[in-house]
Design a protein around this ligand. Structure first.
Ligand code: ATP
Ligand code: MG
Ligand code: MG
Length: 383
């Protein structure tokens, strides 16, 4: 049987491994962490750094094809792998998604609107920032996730001290936009350019971290749905992307000047991999985002997935486990349509994604009602 490899051993890698194994593949995970969630369930776990020559050679030796679950895997490592094995996504696409400056330039090339922004690379850039970008959010160009590496600033003095706090690394300053909603679109694109998608899911963030995803018909204004899917496919095409790609969008408050100027919908950022907002596809769709990742990687046919149940996903952060508490699974799992996914992480920390829970139901109202009850039992803020 063929073996598939994945760079990165986090929860996304773990769910990739599950999907690959259920289709009969052997799996190899490359991750330096000895107890990574994916490494724990993979047939093989290479515990090496991403750029370690021997680790990469071993991956190539064992695997028919390699993907990534970790967007900060060095693009150079992907380029090395791609020289001898089908590797998806391509190193260039990952390099672009790793750097907000390159990412924004790429989005402009694709003709999709982004938040007005300025590149901040030195003190002179700070001085020339347009007043219209304040209040804004200063974001490090690289390595940020879950709202880490970004600071909200309301005036020039705060901007200057935020840049100090971020240690003068290259940043972008984005105008703070009036958001009505956030959503994301996940597509899978094959080696031949054929592309399938999931309908946009509606996302609620708290403290910069995804908290809730609602996935059902009617979750977003219908006019936005086609627009978001078309933009995502355009972005994937422009990157000559192979694999699963997620694009996050801001839905701007109707009637605001920003909405009028930018056309109602702007791209926030993209992730060159399956995405937390697509975890509901495991339980609510006939093909999950991880099934599609396996199919793209293995060169198998892509068939438009069918979303068969209304779904609401709640992220389970480490806060639920503090002081050695164990969440009340017995009462939560007694609710109808609850699917619990825990990632096998050995240590809970506040804000750390430990698992998620998806409620599936015949109707959106039912999925929301059960998810609200689950949130109440778990002590998660209502949505
Ligand atoms: P992820 O974990 O999704 O990669 P991240 O750390 O890259 O997150 P962003 O997606 O840039 O962070 O921002 C996190 C959240 O902060 C957004 O989902 C949104 O709620 C809010 N936000 C970010 N930029 C803006 C903006 N320009 N205007 C208004 N809100 C914003
Ligand atoms: Mg991000
Ligand atoms: Mg984000």
């Amino acid at each position: 049987p063929a073996t598939l490899g994945v760079m990165g051993g986090g929860q996304l890698g773990r769910m990739f491994v599950h999907a690959a194994q259920s289709m009969g593949y052997f799996t190899v995970v490359l991750d330096p962490d000895t107890s990574s969630p994916a490494g724990l369930v993979s047939h093989q776990h290479i515990q090496r750094d991403y750029l370690d020559t021997q680790g990469l050679a071993k991956l190539v030796q064992h695997c028919a094809a390699v993907t990534t679950e970790f967007e900060n895997v060095p693009a150079a490592a992907l380029a090395t792998l791609a020289a001898t094995r089908p590797t998806a996504p391509n190193a260039e696409a990952v390099a672009i998604a790793q750097d907000r400056i390159q990412e924004k330039a790429h989005l402009a090339r694709s003709g999709v609107p982004v938040a007005p922004y300025a590149v901040i690379e030195n003190a002179a850039d700070l001085a020339t920032v347009a007043d219209s970008l304040l209040p804004g959010i200063l974001k490090t160009a690289r390595l940020g996730y879950d709202g880490k590496g970004q600071l909200r600033v309301s005036n020039r003095a705060e901007l200057a001290s935020a840049w100090d706090a971020l240690k003068h690394v290259p940043c972008v300053l984005e105008q703070m936009l009036p958001l009505a909603d956030e959503c994301s679109v996940i597509v899978a694109r094959g080696w031949d350019g054929a592309c399938v998608h999931f309908a946009p899911q509606r996302n609620l963030h708290r403290q910069g971290i995804l908290a809730v995803t609602q996935a059902y018909e009617g979750n977003l204004p219908p006019a936005l749905v086609d627009k978001a899917v078309t933009a995502t496919k355009k972005i994937a095409d422009e990157l000559n992307y192979v694999g699963v790609l997620c694009v996050e969008f801001f839905v701007l408050a109707e009637g605001s000047p920003e909405s009028a100027a930018l056309g109602g919908l702007v791209v926030n950022e993209m992730a060159p991999r399956p995405h937390n907002s697509g975890h509901y596809t495991l339980d609510a769709c006939d093909q999950s985002q991880f099934d599609l990742q396996v199919r793209t990687l293995a060169g198998l046919p892509l068939v438009q997935p069918r979303h068969h149940s209304a779904a609401v996903m709640l992220n389970l952060l480490g806060d639920l486990w503090v002081n050695g508490c164990i969440p009340p699974w017995d009462t939560v799992l007694a609710l109808p349509g609850v699917h619990l996914h825990l990632y096998g992480k050995l240590q809970a920390k506040p804000g750390r994604k430990m698992g998620h829970l998806t409620v599936t139901a015949a109707t959106a109202a039912e999925a929301n009602a059960v998810a609200l009850e689950a949130a109440r039992l778990l002590g998660i803020e209502a949505f």
